[in-house]
Design a protein. Structure first.
Length: 182
């Protein structure tokens, strides 16, 4: 009898890699990725990783956690990141469709994400650990941005951009009709 492998079980963690100075080598940690959860692969985590929106942005330990997540995001994705509201890190995407697609894909990996316009938001918290939640956030970004850049067909990206343009046009037309009816 052949043992069945549960393809939806969380993916195995990659071993931590370090630079000579002791910092995490985020950009040298993975040599491959499994399928995205939204495409039938295993999610990165078993349970949803949530932000801690009660975090004190003035807390030095929390600031260090935020700085490490931001450093990791920038190394694995080439995207700019910065602290946002407590519990969230803002990641600048090239277009709103990219932010929306990454948001959906990251949520499927069981890492809470949200987006607004071209900005993607990923979680942070003062209790996050390097080998736990920090790595989870960076891994989810690495995995999804890899797929966005290397595997998502250009037609899908064009469709997402067109959807955003149609949404903006719809909002403008709705505003015009509201004005003309008053």
């Amino acid at each position: 009898m052949t043992e069945q492998i549960d393809r939806r079980a969380p993916m195995a963690a990659a071993a931590m890699q370090y630079n000579p100075d002791g910092s995490v080598a985020w950009d040298d940690m993975w040599d491959s990725f499994c399928e995205l959860a939204q495409d039938g692969g295993p999610p990165h985590r078993d349970t949803m990783l949530e932000p801690d929106e009660t975090a004190d942005p003035e807390n030095p330990h929390y600031q260090a956690i935020m700085a490490e997540i931001i450093r990791g995001i920038e190394l694995v994705s080439g995207l700019r990141a910065r602290p946002a509201t407590p519990g969230w890190i803002a990641v600048s995407c090239d277009q709103p469709g990219m932010a929306r697609w990454l948001c959906d894909a990251i949520n499927e990996e069981h890492v809470r994400a949200r987006c607004a316009g071209s900005t993607l938001f990923v979680p942070a918290g003062p209790d996050y650990t390097l080998k736990g939640e920090i790595k989870n956030v960076v891994t989810a970004i690495a995995k999804t941005t890899h797929y966005w850049g290397d595997h998502l067909p250009s037609e899908v990206k064009s469709t997402l951009a067109m959807q955003e343009q149609l949404s903006r046009l719809t909002r403008r037309i709705t505003k015009l009709f509201r004005r003309s009816s008053t």
